[in-house]
Design a protein around this ligand. Structure first.
Ligand code: FAD
Length: 629
């Protein structure tokens, strides 16, 4: 069979669904961050045929490629899905936008391009759920972090001027997915940064008291040797961008330029509805053209070796459940025949909440240029654009930012961390999970609870994160290890075409409130008890007059957002008796020939944003799949 293919500078992208072969060794559902990584590795040798089925299409526009500001893709709603969660009773019944990338490249094509790694303890904790003979640990994943990323250090000048800490021993340099530093940093972030763009209109402070330095004024805060060192602290991280300042993501990194691989087909604009089974063996998938709800337009394609799910944390559990693999009560309510009762599918849902500290403005801020000058100061904009056009350097090479703090709970709450952790550990594990949660899922949460209580007492893990963007507004305190657990379930009235019901169950566990009250106190210290106090900090949310615990909690319920777009956990890699969906080889329990390789497999969150780890897990997944081929 020779497909009629359009071979541009990319892989073999099929024009129409009728061009696919009848069967492939592997079918990968979702051509996102993890799907394209695994597809690349499985097709490298030429030994295996692979079909990637992706919901979105090939995107290569300015919105995707622009690095400046880090969020230009977010202004183009055609690049991602966004639908409301179920009302959150812990958040005054607000619904929250559920968001993820939809394109060849998935969320790596819309994300904020901040590249950081969790702490050693996070990955060792993942392994601990399987006991001493685990294959998952920091040491086990480190080679895959190195394989997944090509690290480009900051220039010697930028490093020296800003005292940037990095250590190339934690990085590799062979991947086509790039992590690089901008050529410029906003003066307020760091040291005495000479301006590469002179701006006569700006009031330029030559010796700003920097945001990065301010953390050092607080007891216990350390500066980690590298964002990939596995240690918490104040870190400098790279941007997922090429040295020539284009977004580096899964499509250019793992898909472009493999046109010689006749064993690799890609079909975009297709929605996979379910996995097909013969008995308990996955044999292929059923899919329709995107936008169609007409099953007469559906097609099937067979997988000789494996169906590999990589549709992301929101849609992988939907596909599993719609295929008959999931909690039997949910499947029965939706009229889906049960292939295997797997209670963990769609449970254990987690994301990083944000807006959980205080939001501040600095009313006495005079350090320019700052990121707002790129929006309002026409002279500065013109100079910055000219510099970027000439050399691809300067302020337009900066993404969201490259500096911030990932801090342990004992540093945040030195007086109370022990009692908060003890109270949390003593909880009945079922008390704050949904009513009727299956016993294995409760047992899994109990195991996590032990690990997370340890984490709350540890100086080797991070719980609190704030990023520093070099300007007068600071609003993004992120909670790295929420203790509440949510669910993602198929819509029982329309399991295939309607979006799943996403319930963050935000703040359902009261221990989260104990932690977050401490976040507020600490954030206030950051602004009033450090050198930042000289800049006239003004507390916008919840407001300086809000001091009573009840009022702080009320503000959290009004303002917290339970998602920083880092969803994980809905197809957890955990033992079956702990509510797991996949085993250590990422194979789905109870069936044959079906695996999951995306972020839904993370058993719990890491103390970092999720893209770097998603790529590393996918690299490891590819090796696991090849080993059993
Ligand atoms: C707006 C945003 C900002 C972020 N910012 C950062 C950041 O700055 N730093 C960081 O580290 N992380 C960030 N992340 C998170 C990070 O990008 C994700 O954790 C990671 O990309 C997830 O990869 P994945 O493979 O699990 O899923 P994805 O990359 O989302 O891939 C899933 C793919 O499956 C496809 N799909 C879904 N359903 C179907 C179906 N039924 N049939 C066929 N295909 C389907 C989707 O279209 C998508 O392409 C951000 C994410 C978002 C959305």
């Amino acid at each position: 069979y020779v497909p009629v293919a359009r071979s541009v500078e990319h892989s073999t992208i099929l024009e129409r669904a009728d061009q696919i072969a009848a069967e492939y060794d592997y079918i990968i559902v979702g051509g996102g961050t993890s799907g394209l990584t695994v597809a690349d590795r499985l097709t490298e040798s030429g030994k295996y045929s692979v079909l990637v089925l992706e919901l979105g299409h090939f995107q290569n526009g300015t919105a995707v490629n622009t690095v400046s500001g880090g969020i230009s893709a977010f202004f183009d709603p055609t690049l991602y899905f966004s639908f409301p969660s179920v009302p959150q009773s812990g958040l005054n019944n607000r619904t929250i936008g559920v968001v993820g990338g939809v394109m060849l490249g998935g969320s790596s094509g819309v994300n904020g391009m901040q590249v950081m790694r969790g702490q050693k303890e996070d990955y060792d904790r993942w392994g601990s759920y399987f006991g001493p003979n685990t294959e998952w640990s920091w040491d086990g994943l480190l080679p895959y972090f190195k394989k997944a990323w090509n690290f480009h250090p900051p220039s010697p000048q930028l490093t020296k001027e800003n005292n940037i800490k990095y250590d190339t021993r934690y990085w590799g340099n062979t991947s086509n997915v790039h992590a690089s530093f901008p050529s410029y940093l906003w003066p307020f972030i760091s040291e005495n940064q000479p301006l590469s763009v002179p701006s006569p209109e700006c009031v330029c402070s030559l010796k700003p008291e920097t945001q990065v330095a301010a953390f050092g004024d607080l007891p216990g805060v350390e500066y980690a040797p590298d964002s990939g060192s596995g240690k918490p602290g104040v870190i400098w991280w790279p941007t997922s961008a090429t040295p020539s300042v284009l977004r580096s993501f899964a499509r250019p990194g793992h898909w472009d330029g493999v046109e010689t691989r006749s064993n690799y087909h890609t079909l975009v604009d297709q929605k996979v509805l379910k996995v097909l089974f013969q008995g308990k063996k996955a044999t292929g998938v059923l899919f329709v053209p995107v936008g169609s709800t007409d099953l007469s337009q559906s097609r099937t394609v067979k997988a000789k070796k494996e169906v590999i799910l990589a549709a992301g944390t929101i849609h992988t559990p939907q596909i599993l459940q719609a295929s008959g693999v999931g909690p039997k009560d949910v499947l029965k309510a939706a009229g889906v025949p049960v292939i295997v009762d797997l209670p963990g599918v769609g449970s254990n849902f987690q994301d990083h909440p944000f807006s959980v500290g205080a939001n501040f403005n600095l009313s006495n801020f005079n350090v320019h240029p700052d990121p707002t000058d790129l929006q309002t100061n026409q002279t500065f904009i013109a100079i910055a654009e000219a510099e970027f056009a000439a050399n691809r350097t300067g302020p337009l090479s900066v993404g969201v930012t490259n500096a911030g703090a990932f801090l342990p709970f004992p540093v945040i709450a030195p007086a109370t961390f022990k009692s908060i952790a003890d109270r949390y550990e003593a909880q009945d594990p079922a008390a704050y999970l949904p009513k009727g949660t299956p016993p294995t899922v409760i047992a899994g949460y109990q195991a996590q609870k032990k690990g997370l209580a340890k984490l709350l007492r540890s100086r080797g893990a991070s719980v609190y994160n704030v990023i520093m963007r070099g300007t007068f507004t600071v609003e993004n305190v992120v909670y790295l290890h929420p203790l509440s657990r949510g669910t993602v379930h198929i819509n029982t009235t329309d399991p295939y075409f309607a979006q799943p019901l996403v319930d963050y169950r935000a703040l359902s566990n009261p221990a989260d409130l104990d932690v977050l009250v401490e976040f507020l106190y600490f954030t206030r210290k950051l602004f009033f008890e450090t050198r930042l106090s000289a800049y006239g900090p003004f507390e916008l949310v919840p407001g300086a007059n809000v001091t009573a615990r009840a009022d702080i909690l009320a503000s959290l319920r009004d303002n917290m957002n339970p998602s920083t777009f880092h969803p994980i956990g809905t197809s957890s890699m955990l033992p079956l008796e702990l509510g797991g969906v996949v085993d250590q080889k990422l194979l789905v329990y109870g069936v044959k020939g079906l695996s999951v390789v995306d972020a839904s497999t993370f058993p719990d969150l890491i103390g970092a944003y999720t893209q770097q780890t998603t790529y590393a897990v996918a690299e490891k997944a590819a090796d696991l799949i090849k080993a059993r081929a």
